[in-house]
Design a protein around this ligand. Sequence first.
Ligand code: OOG
Ligand code: MG
Length: 256
Amino acid sequence: MTADIPRLARLLDDAVRNATAVAQISATEALTLQQAYEVQRQSIERRLARGERRIGVAMGFTSRAKMEQMGVHDLIWGRLTNAMIVEDGSTISRKRFVHPRVEPEVAFLLRKPLSGIVTAMQARDALEAVAPALEIIDSRYQNFRFSLTDVVADNSSCSGLTIGPWSSPHQPLDNLGIRVMVNGRAHSFGSTAAILGDPVRSLVGAAGLVAISGEVLEAGHIVMAGGAMAAFELHVGMHVELEVDRLGRTSFTVAE
Ligand code: OOG
Ligand code: MG
């Protein structure tokens, strides 16, 4: 049976818009990875048709902690739109999401396009800036459970992001301490080293992966490097703050 890709794109787009969970696609249909990315592309096209704007990509499963938490061991990527931006320090409504989680990341801003097989040096040279970032992920699947193709079709669970102050990328980024605070109390500690040994490697991976789908990382776009630690659940009343050594802080609050 051939997969009805436009129907699956609509299913996941509706799940995002209504903040309601759907059954895993893999329970009933065997998509190839390429088909899963095509579902993702078409579901994002629906958002762009409603006026949203593409602003970059989010990498997934770039740390062992994330791979092990979700049981997926392949690098994946998702598409970011401007509607996913949560202003630094602002408050979001829990109602927008099915079962949101948050994870600490770093974000890259590109000054030059990047695509295909590139070296770490070329990736570094394409950077305009780097910032601490929090990604809000929200699987559209019941119980936050999925296969590789499920999560790819679901835009790699991307749902929101806050970005802290931008800094010069011309500094070592491979071992910056990460602290996550919840309601002013230490929640977890880590290092950017958890992201493929150096988050710049995530950018190298992003350039290669988007090229397979015929895309380019564009100048002015953002690349989220992927969670350095396991994601944790968000609940009403939580104030989440990330601090990354030398890069600074970013935060948001969850309201009703
Ligand atoms: C998939 C998204 C993975 C990351 O940073 O590794 C991701 C998920 O965990 O739901 O965003
Ligand atoms: Mg992430």
